[in-house]
Ligand binder design. Structure first.
Ligand code: NDP
Length: 325
């Protein structure tokens, strides 16, 4: 079958971002280390490019930058795409927030991809950590200024942030010289993020939504409470459009101007998740789906909650740090 054309969104700096990306976070094994299997991610990325994916979400901490870069370079060599037709988002990890660590960390990511530039470089968290994963008090504005220099160099075409709350985003906007073009946050049926979406809309910042399947899928071996793929509301909307409930959930994100980042390593689901650009939900369907909201986060690193820059609400019993063994 022929490839699907993914629409793009215009960023503040005038560049275009494809409206859906393939997520490449594979979860942590019990040692707290990311371990992509051999060429699994490279091979799924090769297939992704063939069917029309033009945006990949990776991060230094995911261990998938090299695989994504390799797949893109192979498809450029085959003549399937040109570099400018594909968009790579990667992220600065928390242990490289000191200003003099930022460029070396970026160069390490860039070199792993083997590409000439990164499209979007995100600060993964507003939180800095020391080498031993103890909490550091480095201010994310110091980190941001170092990222601004990378953008000026052209090695990262655009820069943005992830997991920042409203106050933190407002501070980067007001104190930085460059406005973030994107904010990457958790967005799914139970975490609809209306306030951050409104703030970003008013500032022209694009929201990328991670964990788009929320409670629909198992996470860390658990089935959490919340809607599942057979939810009657989702099923009835899906039937109306002749789509699957997974596709309805991704389209709900797109229709709220959120760039969803669905992760899959299955060729079948890879095609399913991309095939969402030939229908559109009605406002009343979006409102109906919004009612699943319960402000439930699946990414809640409460082990960092004593950090000055921790972005989320504190919990009574913080979980232990999987990065420290
Ligand atoms: P997702 O919400 O994308 O869910 C992934 C799970 O859904 C996998 O188990 C996958 O299994 C399954 N799945 C995928 N497609 C379908 C489908 N059509 N039907 C049924 N099941 C499906 O989870 P993530 O938490 O991984 O988030 C996605 C991406 O967001 C990450 O990969 C990463 O790139 C980014 N992210 C960023 C974070 C940040 O802090 N900035 C934090 C977390 C994620 P299978 O592979 O077998 O198909």
């Amino acid at each position: 079958s022929s490839s699907i054309k993914v629409p793009t969104l215009k960023m503040l700096d005038g560049r275009e971002m494809p409206a859906l990306a393939l997520g490449t976070y594979l979860g942590f094994d019990k040692d707290g280390v990311v371990q992509p299997k051999n060429k699994e991610i490279r091979d799924i990325a090769l297939q992704a490019i063939d069917i029309g994916y033009r945006h990949f979400d990776t991060a230094s901490v995911y261990g998938t930058e090299a695989d994504i870069g390799e797949a893109i370079r192979m498809k450029i060599a085959e003549g399937v795409i040109k570099r400018e037709h594909v968009f790579v988002t990667t992220k600065l990890w928390n242990t490289a927030h000191k200003p003099d660590q930022v460029l070396p960390a970026f160069m390490d990511s860039l070199n792993k991809t083997g590409l000439d530039y990164i499209d979007l470089y995100l600060m993964h968290w507003p939180i800095g950590l020391n080498e031993d994963n103890s909490i550091s008090d480095v201010d994310y504005m110091e980190t941001w200024r170092a990222m601004e220099k990378i953008q000026k160099s052209g090695l990262a075409k655009s820069i943005g942030v992830a997991n920042f709350n409203k106050e933190q985003l407002r501070r980067v906007i007001s104190e930085g010289s460059v406005k973030p073009v994107a904010l990457q946050i958790e967005v799914h049926l139970q975490m609809i993020q209306t306030e951050l979406l409104e703030l970003c809309k008013s500032e022209g910042i694009i929201v990328q939504g991670y964990s788009p399947f929320g409670s629909l899928v198992m996470r860390f071996g658990f089935q959490y409470p919340g809607p599942k793929f057979d939810d009657p509301t989702l099923v009835s909307i899906a039937q109306k459009y002749g789509k699957t409930t997974a596709q309805v959930v991704l389209r709900w994100a797109v229709d709220r101007n959120v760039v969803p980042l669905p992760k899959t390593v299955s060729p079948k689901r890879l095609a399913e998740n991309l095939n969402i650009f030939d229908f559109k939900l009605e406002p009343k369907e979006i409102e109906e789906i919004n009612k699943f909201n319960s402000n439930t986060r699946y990414t809640l690193p409460s082990f960092w909650q004593e950090n000055t820059y921790y972005p989320f609400e504190k919990v009574e019993n913080p979980i232990s740090d999987p990065f420290k063994s």
